[in-house]
Design a protein around this ligand. Structure first.
Ligand SMILES: [Ca+2]
Ligand SMILES: [Ca+2]
Length: 463
């Protein structure tokens, strides 16, 4: 039997491809709410030994020819499965979707390709009658079914395809509300309209990581930045010309640097770092809306880094009360202008690290380096908000320890997205609109989704 198989293999290796037919057929697959179109290539090879060689060849027994067929199909299947696995595990090569079900679809598609491949006779020696071909294909099909089931299960259990991708792309998923740790970070001494408590909580992600929501901040430990406009401190200058910038203390980054003045507004909270050093924190974590003026001394080159938080009342769920609806998803935004000529705009980089509320974690799709939720809408009022309420999901990404450092490589972060005053909803905020010269030329920035992205890190290096 072994000798016969060897002879058949010799025979098979001398086959030449006399014709190749490539067919493409679209296969529509429905998964969860989405329909994906898969086009797979079915290759039918009709092979026969060249006439001169055929005469000299030992005629393989039907069993040997069948065994050769099995070996050829097995090798082809192994190569195909290796390519599929490689594609599926290489996010740069295949970005179909960010959820495990997409992997399962790969596996199913792989099974179909394998099935068609095995059902297609590869060796078409005259001895290979239809019955013999079917008999030869049977064990192959059986082994492919077995391996496909195993591959399918492996893929279905895999985390997002971003695993193994660029650093920082590992997603963590949470479901439901966080546990409140702090009821309120900030109390306004003045009775103002639109005051909100700023709670902090913790929630455990699917991988066991305990996350702080809406964000881990330096609010309680870092220096508070001076007010440009803050109703709670009764600092509300009528004009920017009334602001005494010279009275603002200078934070020293470099002793021999130049003094730079900046004005910043965030919806809702920000921390400013220069060269990895915390210059200061936003005095008001949530609302009322406020603005700051900051001065620091730094020497070029230096790097601005902003931690930006859209605060929340429903901890872990990215929601707050709005016009009587306690399950409203708020939106973010930040704008800054510095005396060195730097303004917030699309030349900054910005990445999202906490995305909520989501009906399902699969709504966040890692496209290249973007944590994309575009299909849900990026701004109010077009943003499609889920009705999952306290059962909503959130997707988090680990924050690199050195994200604010000048040598942190942010080349894998997307460019910041710019938003209009109307999109951010700040057309009537005196903390911002009262001082147009303080923000001239600057644009509101955020990561791709102004509504769903709740923790955003942004950077800009000044050469
Ligand atoms: Ca604020
Ligand atoms: Ca939000």
């Amino acid at each position: 039997m072994l000798t016969a198989a060897a002879k058949a293999l010799t025979c098979a290796s001398m086959f030449e491809v006399s014709s190749a037919v490539i067919e493409t057929s679209p296969v529509l697959k429905r998964s969860l709410e989405s329909t994906y179109a898969f086009v797979f290539v079915r290759i039918t090879l009709s092979a026969s030994a060249p006439a001169p060689a055929r005469a000299k060849l030992p005629r393989p027994t039907p069993a040997a020819a069948a065994a050769a067929n099995v070996v050829v199909v097995m090798v082809a299947s192994f190569v195909a499965s290796s390519v599929m696995s490689w594609l599926a595990l290489t996010p740069a090569s295949v970005v179909v979707d960010g959820d495990p079900s997409a992997f399962a679809m790969y596996a199913r598609t792989w099974f179909e390709i394998s099935f068609f491949a095995s059902a297609t006779p590869i060796a078409t020696e005259p001895e290979m009658t239809p019955t013999l071909r079917a008999r030869a294909a049977a064990p192959v099909n059986a082994s492919i079914v077995g391996s496909s089931v195993a591959v399918s299960e492996t893929f279905a259990q895999s985390p997002a395809p971003s695993d193994g991708g660029p650093a920082g792309m590992r997603r963590m998923v949470t479901e439901g509300p966080a546990r409140t740790v702090t009821d309120n970070l900030f109390k306004c001494d003045v009775d103002v309209r639109n005051y909100r408590m700023s709670p902090v909580g913790t929630i455990t992600a699917d991988d066991g990581t305990v996350l702080t929501v809406p964000a881990r901040t330096a609010y309680q430990t870092g220096p508070t930045l001076p007010d440009l406009f803050n109703e709670c401190n009764k600092i509300t200058p009528a004009r920017f010309a009334d602001v005494k910038a010279d009275d603002v203390p200078i934070v020293e980054i470099d002793p021999d640097g130049e003094v730079i003045t900046g004005t910043i507004v965030a919806d809702n909270y920000f921390e400013l770092y220069v060269n990895g050093k915390l210059v200061g924190v936003d005095p008001v974590p949530f609302t009322p809306f406020n603005s700051v003026i900051v001065r620091f001394k730094a020497k070029r080159p230096y790097t601005y880094a902003l931690k930006l938080v859209d605060w929340e009342e429903k901890l872990g769920l990215g929601m707050e009360t709005n016009r009587g609806n306690e399950w409203h998803a708020g939106d973010g935004g930040a704008i800054a202008r510095f005396s060195d000529g730097i303004v917030t705009d699309r030349t900054w980089t910005a990445q999202s690290f906490y995305i909520a509320p989501l009906a399902q974690a699969a709504d966040v799709v890692e496209r290249g380096n973007v944590h994309d939720t575009t299909k849900l809408g990026r701004v109010h009022p077009t943003a499609k908000l889920p009705d999952c309420r306290e059962r909503c999901f959130a997707v988090h990404y680990p924050i690199p320890d050195n994200w604010a450092a000048p040598n942190f490589d942010d080349s894998h972060w997307p460019p910041a997205y710019e938003f209009t005053d109307a999109e951010v909803g700040v057309e009537h905020l005196p903390a911002y609109t009262r001082y147009p010269e303080a923000f001239a030329g600057a644009r509101w920035i955020w990561s791709i989704n102004l509504v769903l992205d709740n923790l955003v890190l942004a950077r800009k290096t000044v050469p």
